[in-house]
Design a protein around this ligand. Sequence first.
Ligand code: PAF
Length: 280
Amino acid sequence: MKTINGIDDMMQASASLRSEKLRIAFVPTMGFLHEGHLSLVREGKKRGDKVVVSIFINPMQFDEQADLQAYPVSFKRDTDRLEAEGVDILFAPQISEIYPEGFQTSVALSRLSKGLCGDSRPGHFTGVATIVAKLFNIIRPDIAIFGEKDYQQLALIRQMVHDLSFAIDIVGMPIVREADGLAMSSRNSRLKKGDRTAALSLYRALKKGADMFRSGERSVEAVIRAAKGELDSSIALDYIEIRDPLTLEILKTVNKDALFAIAAKLGDVRLIDNIILQEN
Ligand code: PAF
């Protein structure tokens, strides 16, 4: 695996792959890689001829300085894992390379960045869209792969790719869970022991709602009330909502597949999870 830190070098490397007619699959990450990330890399290996992974902790998408400071880093372990997966190029730029003095451009989505995580994390999705657009321009992949745990992020990136005519196939991959059901996240490593147990109630709540939906309940209010009953009393709930899976608009009744999403804080760790409500 080749590690590249500079934008010009990365642009040259991907131009050379393109000139050989090789399809580039791209997996953007902020590092501290877990099985969820590796599932994206494996999908990239299936769909592309060459796989590029980026590791960049993007300061622009952190709405709280403390969250940025506490974000876990394990560069050596990450590179070993990517090497073992057969990744071709790791793009790992410094902050000053991505955001040099004078940087002043941002990519903002007016509707999809509102609601859900957008309300409690002001500026977060502008930070995400800006860095992803910049990485797309540098790497110019054919395919880019994202996890469905960050459902709103994935919806927003699909929209941005459509609106700005990026010729990139966006692929969403299912949430990878720990054996006990907790959705994998780099932030899980920061959970205190008791909070780790309480965190399991997030998925329990989603599953309760999904069970009710399957057994015929169509009232959003009833599904959410029952799901809330599963939540551990120690968690600080940010939202639990049922929305249209494509537009992310709020639903009052669920007559078709729907996104059931939750976000909560356990201590100072913010976790998100979701499930798709489906009849079968
Ligand atoms: O999902 C993430 O890890 C980040 O939001 C991303 C897409 C790498 C952009 O920084």
